[in-house]
Design a protein around this ligand. Structure first.
Ligand code: DX5
Ligand code: ZN
Length: 222
């Protein structure tokens, strides 16, 4: 049985009370904090820069899981590492040389993540798995919170889990988009162990309960 890690996405938090929401998510047991960075170019939306990561760093001991949805991730990686990122995830579709990117991220002292959009086949990244610490399967088109989970991604998660299990290395398999307590069974059963959840946590009546329900899923059901 795999330990489930919850990574609440601050995109859905109350921006006027961001610090409060982050602190509550840590108290509720969310081990990671998912920070979505968008450049208006790789995705048609804008979010934050490194200063937001820096501002949040002193108030949280969570693993800062920074998801770069930007066209030139290496140009900005160092700023995010210095600001306090623990994991920096780049998009496979935005880079030319995943191995070089992984090495560069490691040289900055952070864990390296590689993400694929829903239309990118899992097989395209098989050869790069050993170089990364985390693989992120997008379960919606990146760019916006509050979308519906694409169920066709279940197979992709399962295929990547099988491939990761062939390696002699712990690699997190993260899923992102449209996930909450009601449907977390799908990605977890398929093999994901890090669950990003935005709207289903921060827009819930009881965010702490939503986090607890997802964390406990393996223990209660599988
Ligand atoms: C989408 C982002 C997600 C988003 C998830 O581009 O990468 O992290 O915040 O939000 P929900 O859980 O609302 O789909
Ligand atoms: Zn994300």
């Amino acid at each position: 049985m795999r330990k489930i890690i919850i990574s609440p996405s601050i995109l859905a938090a109350d921006i006027m009370a961001l610090g409060r929401d982050v602190i509550s998510s840590e108290k509720a047991g969310a081990q990671y904090l998912h920070i979505d960075i968008m450049d208006g170019h790789f995705v048609p939306n804008l979010s934050y820069g490194p200063d937001v990561v820096k501002a949040l760093r002193p108030i949280s001991n969570q693993v800062f899981d920074v998801h770069l949805m930007i066209s030139d991730p290496l140009f900005y990686a160092e700023s995010f590492a210095k600001a306090g990122a623990d994991i920096i995830t780049v998009h496979y579709e935005a880079i030319d040389n995943p191995i070089e990117v992984a090495k560069k991220l490691h040289s900055l002292g952070v864990k390296a993540g590689l993400s694929i959009k829903p239309k990118t086949p899992a097989e395209e990244i098989f050869e790069y798995l050993p170089y990364f610490d985390l693989i992120l399967v997008m379960t919606v088109e990146p760019g916006f919170g509050g979308q519906s989970y694409i169920e066709e991604m279940n197979d992709k998660i399962a295929v990547l889990r099988a491939e990761i299990d062939k390696l002699d290395k712990e690699i997190d398999l993260e899923v992102d988009g449209g996930i909450g307590p009601k449907n977390v069974a799908m990605p977890i059963s398929a093999g994901a162990n890090v669950i990003v959840s935005g709207s289903a946590v921060f827009k819930a009546e009881n965010p702490a309960q939503a986090i607890a329900d997802m964390k406990a899923f393996n223990n209660n059901v599988l």
